[in-house]
Design a protein around this ligand. Structure first.
Ligand SMILES: [Fe+2]
Length: 355
């Protein structure tokens, strides 16, 4: 049933038809058959919103469908978190546009705001540290101490620079992922009836993990064991899911992308939540990434891919970058960017009307 006459343009510059627009346009249709169809869609819309709100409250574990943000949407309890990436902290001189030392003061500002806003948790998306000629462990401890000033759970995603001068076990021995096994470089946790999955793409094509600079930063892969773990994590939950990863998954070619990105996207796209007999939406609402310092956004097969700008780029607090991500009970997501970070609304888009 296609009776939509207009489209809106998202910040991704992809043309997308929205259910909200459908509802707006449907009331002006005069033909009786169309009105009958529109009324049916209105009922379906109400049912979907009810299902989604129950889903995020944890009172329903069945299914939901995507629609544009509800005018009456409410914040979903327990799903508001702070996010930053590519701080590259080291006590070394500036190189190019990377002001390594300044990440200490930038992180202080970020954590102070996250405490003021009382977000549920904070997560950094990799390249927390940067290699230095000496004192690598001391630099890391100093920086983790600042991150630890957040008065709630904190999480790390591993980036290539985190293993450019020390080993993965050394890095893991200093940082804390609250409530997570100390040895787990990829893991999941649940907050507010949403499952959050952290991936580790720091593996060479031959399957060997990055370790103390034994890799090319362009050779990023997710091995089969982790891919199968991801598949199982998605299969085993009825909750909507958010993914965190350092290297990018929203393209197949280019130095910043995971080499087997298309294979991983197929896993993400395979898992859906069902509302009606013939209507499904992706279980994965969004993928949050770092690594490419300028940031970007893509929408691929109804899954949002948002890359946050790097904290290390540029001097002074005006060049800081971090964000608060909030989920709403209509399953839309608001990204509030601070300093250079970009605001974005990630609408929950029904599969049947995607442009
Ligand atoms: Fe980086």
């Amino acid at each position: 049933m296609v009776i939509i006459k207009e489209v809106i343009m998202t910040k991704s510059r992809k043309w997308v038809l929205t259910r909200r627009f459908f509802l707006k346009s449907s009331v002006s249709l005069a033909a009786a058959p169309f009105l009958f169809a529109a009324n049916a869609m209105m009922r379906a819309f109400k049912d979907e919103n009810s299902l989604k709100k129950d889903l995020l409250r944890g009172t329903r574990t069945s299914s939901f469908s995507g629609v544009a943000p509800d005018a009456n949407r409410k914040p979903a309890p327990g799903v508001r978190f702070g996010m930053l990436t590519d701080s590259h902290y080291a006590d070394i001189d500036t190189r190019g546009t990377r002001y390594y030392r300044e990440s200490i003061s930038k992180m202080h500002e970020c954590i102070e705001l996250m405490n003021d806003k009382q977000v549920d948790f904070v997560i950094q998306l990799g390249d927390f540290k940067n290699g230095a000629p000496d004192n690598n462990m001391e630099n890391l401890r100093r920086f983790e101490d600042v991150y630890a000033k957040f008065s709630g759970p904190r999480y790390h995603v591993l980036g290539n620079h985190d293993m450019d001068s020390i080993s993965k076990p050394q890095f893991m021995s200093v940082i804390e992922n609250t409530g997570i096994d100390k040895d787990a470089s990829y893991y999941s946790f649940d907050h507010g009836n949403v499952r959050f999955i952290v991936l580790d793409a720091n593996f060479r094509e031959d399957g060997k993990p990055y370790d103390t600079g034994n890799f090319s930063w362009m050779d990023s892969n997710i091995p089969a064991v982790q891919r199968e773990w991801l598949d199982n994590e998605l299969r085993s939950t009825d909750r909507p899911v958010i993914i965190f990863i350092h290297q990018l998954l929203d393209n197949d070619e280019g130095n910043h992308y995971v080499r087997n990105a298309s294979e991983i996207r197929r896993v993400l796209e395979r898992h859906t939540l069902k509302l009606h007999d013939d209507e499904h939406c992706p279980k994965v609402l969004a993928v949050f990434q770092g690594h490419q310092h300028r940031g970007q956004y893509n929408l691929i097969n109804n899954i949002h891919y948002y890359t946050l700008k790097a904290m290390v780029e540029g001097s002074g607090k005006e060049n800081n970058s971090y964000a608060i991500v909030e989920l709403f009970d209509d399953l839309s997501i608001e990204i509030k960017g601070y300093r250079k970070a970009v605001n974005h609304t990630l609408e929950s888009i029904p599969a049947e009307v995607q442009g």
